[in-house]
Design a protein around this ligand. Sequence first.
Ligand code: CP
Ligand code: NVA
Length: 309
Amino acid sequence: MDEEMKLKTKDLLTLNELDKSELLGMIDHAIRMKKDLKRGISKPLLKNKTLAMVFQKPSTRTRVSFETGAFQLGGHALNLSADELQLKRGETIEDTAKTLSRYVDLIMARVYSHEELELLAKNSPIPVINGLSDSFHPCQILADLMTIKEKKKKLSGLRLAWVGDGNNVCNSMIYGCAKVGINMSIATPKGYEPKHDVVKESTKLSEVKLSNNPETAVAEADIVVTDTFVSIHHQTTDRTNDFLPRFQVNTDLMKKANKSAIFMHCLPAKRGQEVTSDVIDGHQSVVWDEAENRLHVQKALMAALLGRL
Ligand code: CP
Ligand code: NVA
């Protein structure tokens, strides 16, 4: 029998809002919900509830997994492109938040600026979920930790190597790993480090080693992770020359990690840049399970935020 779960936070914006037991509880719930779904069981945890999904930027996984998840739990999801809202014509984020909160029960937003997301959450009496901002991507890390737990049967004591850009996904990864006891080795080019305050806070809980050396970062790693060199909010700048060839995850680099290491990537991937096709399609890659787990863990998250888990 699942333990009832009452989160202390109203919103999920960075991942730092969840404490260790909430994080572990959410992952265990999601693993059980995934098994149940495969047996044809899905509880109507979102019955009569509506999720508004606001997108300022494109998405495949976030959009489809949230909409499908809401449907599977008996709820309803509205896909709202920011271009089609009055936001486009200058209505403020605060007024948008106050209006949406009168109609729906939950908001998930993908935005350019994290500060805008904070404004949205501050002006919404209902829960707000970050579907990716320029600074954080907490839902991705919930799915990643769930995937690691499924593959490795544990979390605490593992070593995760992050190779590439110290970006939004990396920032939430640091919070998540620190809370569950995964040690991190992060290799970025100079100037591409993750947020200093996130690293500083997280080193109080687990090891967070920063370097500019991919080879030493992956040594003894149980998990090797990378992400695009050019995030959506960076699309106008060419940064790839700062990363290539050294920060590419290829078979040579994977050989330097533990033999049983898994490879992860939040997707979308730029094959031939941050990762080669032989790695992402190879036997160590778990990227499709990782993508699938967005669905299961976000169902647990939505139910938990509404006090229905
Ligand atoms: N990983 C992820 O968030 O994918 P999308 O950009 O397709 O939503
Ligand atoms: N870091 C990437 C993640 C996409 C899911 C970006 O922000 O574009």
